[in-house]
Design a protein around this ligand. Structure first.
Ligand code: ADP
Length: 268
């Protein structure tokens, strides 16, 4: 931080010069700031769904309701409790990753298989068609299988969430020499220019009128970035406002060609 103060007797206009003050904001101050920000965001994010869960339970306990109403209130309670559970899990996951306590079990994992599995889970729940373009043969990457699923899940979840008017999202797996690419494409809102540098930051959410109704915590992409980094991979995105976005994750291939041209999977 740098600021300048005018030194001298201002009243008599006998300025003598400027005093420049250099101040180093210590690491501790920054940590404090982050803690405060965290407490205010998490307390809000926890309180809102919890208040609604308690409110609806109270109504169910004390009022005589039609079966139809009871059902609707129970569905709301379920949705809100689910939101709480996701927030707490995401938050704990990210804490563990950021503090270096996340243990990764790297094995050969078939990315094409993971993509098909995750897409199948989403298909049951959503209106969007999920079109998978992946080779029939296995595409081996060196990865922690559960964490790789989390990457696909979070990117797919965002693609669906942020394309409310669209009816499809595309996922592709491509092998380019030693690198494997995962591409998740939506035809939705797009990412504004001014948000692009902050998208992977913890708790960052785009604050546009077009997405105020869309729920979230701003943790999904921070988690994806942590996992990609732990895999020594790379993540990037291309986006056009109002047209859509493609997220691309690049990972090392976990295969070597055999002398006879077949592929063998490396084991640790
Ligand atoms: P969340 O979805 O919980 O807000 P994320 O970390 O997953 O948090 O994403 C951060 C922000 O990036 C979101 O608030 C959203 O505005 C924007 N974003 C993420 N993915 C997409 C996408 N596919 N299309 C448009 N915007 C996106």
């Amino acid at each position: 931080e740098l600021y300048a103060t005018l030194v001298g007797d201002k009243k008599n206009r006998q300025e003598q010069g400027y005093l420049f003050v250099f101040r180093d904001r210590t690491e501790e101050e920054k940590v404090d700031e982050m803690k405060n920000e965290f407490i205010s965001i998490v307390s809000h994010e926890l309180r809102t769904p919890l208040a609604s869960v308690l409110g609806f339970i109270e109504i169910l306990l004390h009022r005589k309701l039609t079966a139809d109403k009871q059902q609707r209130y129970l569905e709301t309670i379920y949705k809100e409790a689910h939101r709480l559970s996701t927030l707490i899990n995401d938050f704990l996951d990210l804490q563990r990753m950021e503090s270096g306590k996340q243990v990764y079990h790297f094995t050969p994992v078939d990315l094409a298989g993971v993509v098909r599995d995750v897409a199948d889970q989403w298909k049951e729940k959503h209106s969007h068609a999920i079109l998978v373009d992946a080779p029939d043969a296995e595409v081996w990457v060196r990865a922690d299988s559960d964490r790789l699923k989390q990457i696909v899940h979070n990117l797919l979840s965002n693609a669906i969430k942020y394309s409310p008017q669209a009816d499809r999202v595309d996922i592709a797996v491509r092998q380019e020499n030693e690198r494997i690419k995962l591409l998740v494409t939506d035809y939705g809102l797009g990412i504004p220019e001014e948000s692009r540098g902050k998208l992977f930051s913890k708790f960052y959410r785009v604050d546009n009128s077009d997405r105020r109704q869309i729920g979230g915590t701003g943790l999904g992409l921070a988690i994806v970035k942590e996992i990609v980094d732990a895999h020594q991979g790379a993540i990037s995105f291309d986006s056009v406002m109002g047209e859509g976005t493609t997220f691309s994750v690049e990972l090392d291939s976990y295969t070597v060609p055999h002398a006879d041209g077949s592929i063998i999977v490396l084991e640790d």
